[in-house]
Ligand binder design. Structure first.
Ligand code: AMP
Ligand code: MG
Length: 400
């Protein structure tokens, strides 16, 4: 077990544990947000045939070098309907719609705005030189056989469109990981219940379930677990049976009632305990009966921040996603930020565009129990241990 490790070391240690990922084949309609379990090569050329990028006329380029010229209209090429015998000879033109196949003999397109058709529809007057560039060549976007979607890619709307373009009605993806979420603490009550003195509403499991869903995994939210070794053991065992990954919240500090730490010390396998980040230094990572477990801090902001910094990148990498997993941007500080000498400092800030460029301000107090401050923020400072962060200085922030 390693104690109080750097953020980089914690990330390294999480990578030594992995989950078994199964594949499934699903239809494209259901694939949004999922992760490809195999790379896909195009089944077709894109586009599959030479076609027009404009409504207009397909012509022989040489015929249009000295406009205006009059050409004879021999027919129409519409999307998905080209008559085989449509052959453009010298002095002729074929009407053409965007996306329609290029008739034999033609090698340029004149857009309809640069033409005048005779009232009987027999002739077209070409008012400018036609453009070969308005022909989209077969395979110019993607050639058949080229691997354009890679294993581990998240199926964004753009990638779904490309999978369809490449001819896939269904695609191989990783099965959704199931993530058990166990909050711990005698003081926790479900929202809606009457609070007695000393009790608070349980919030971490709801936030964590949302964070898990954002990764397209399935959260299994258990009722809050009382601070009892037996109850905790039984909750963890149930989670092992039902989920691939376990998240707990609370009970990982030094106190006598920090039972997640205690039970992991006595019966689990801890890879590290405590990480050099502020907020969020208490987490435990290891396995419980072979299942990876992140023991997140109880303080609500800390539980979200630790998930973001440790759990999220690990889950993404389990699904084959290639980093970087964060968008980091430079911003100018409008106030001093209290940095620490030995930890990464991850304060909640609001960033926005001003006359001075992108700036960051801290609108709320930074207590790690203050979830409201996380709601008000849209970024976390990303300050290396030992760095300073004074007003006017430019620092990196992670976009939330
Ligand atoms: P702990 O690490 O268990 O000592 O918890 C630290 C702080 O976070 C305490 O003030 C707890 O009441 C609070 N806390 C722990 N778990 C939760 C939870 N699931 N929802 C909201 N607050 C919590
Ligand atoms: Mg507790």
């Amino acid at each position: 077990m390693e104690y109080f490790v750097s953020l980089e070391r914690a990330l390294e240690l999480t990578k030594q544990v992995s989950v078994q990922l199964d594949e499934e084949e699903i239809i494209l309609d259901n694939a949004h947000g999922r992760y490809l379990s195999r790379s896909l090569e195009s089944k077709v050329d894109d586009p599959p045939f030479d076609n027009s990028s404009m409504d207009g006329f397909a012509v022989r380029h040489l015929d249009t070098l000295s406009p205006p010229v009059r050409l004879q209209i021999i027919g129409t090429s519409q999307a998905a309907a080209i008559s085989e015998e449509l052959v453009v000879e010298k002095g002729q033109a074929a009407q053409i719609m965007t996306g329609a196949p290029i008739p034999i003999g033609s090698d340029a397109i004149i857009m309809v705005e640069k033409t005048k058709t005779s009232t009987d529809g027999e002739w077209v007057e070409i008012l400018a030189e036609a453009k070969p560039g308005f022909i989209r060549k077969r395979g110019e976007n993607l050639e058949k056989g080229v691997e354009a979607l890679h294993v581990g890619s998240k199926l964004t709307p753009h990638r779904l469109g490309l999978a369809a373009t490449m001819g896939y009605p269904h695609i191989p993806v990783y099965k959704k990981l199931k993530v058990a979420i166990i909050s711990t603490g005698d003081e926790l009550k479900q929202p809606g219940e009457e609070l007695q003195r000393g009790e608070i509403y349980e919030s971490n499991s709801f936030g964590l379930a949302g964070l898990v869903k954002e990764l397209n995994c399935i959260p299994i939210r258990y009722p809050a677990c009382a601070d009892s070794m037996d109850k905790l053991r039984s909750a963890l065992d149930t989670a092992v049976a039902e989920a691939d990954i376990i998240l707990t919240s609370g009970g990982v500090s030094m106190g006598e009632w920090d039972l997640v730490r205690k039970i992991m010390e006595e019966e689990g396998d801890i890879h590290f305990w405590r990480v050099k980040i502020r907020p969020g230094s208490p987490p435990i990572f290891g396995t419980w009966k072979g299942t990876p477990i992140f023991g997140l801090p109880g303080n609500p902001v800390s539980s979200h921040v630790v998930f973001r910094m440790l759990t999220r990148p690990w889950i993404l990498e389990q699904m084959g996603a290639k980093g970087p997993h964060e968008t980091i941007v430079p911003v100018k500080l409008l106030e001093d930020v209290k940095a620490t000498s030995d930890c990464h400092t991850l304060r909640r800030v609001t960033i926005y565009k001003s006359d001075a460029g992108m700036v960051a301000s801290m609108k709320t107090h930074q207590g790690s129990g203050n979830l409201h401050s996380l709601v008000a923020a849209n970024a976390l400072t990303y300050l290396q241990p030992g760095s300073t962060a004074k007003t006017g200085q430019t620092i990196d922030v992670i976009l939330l």
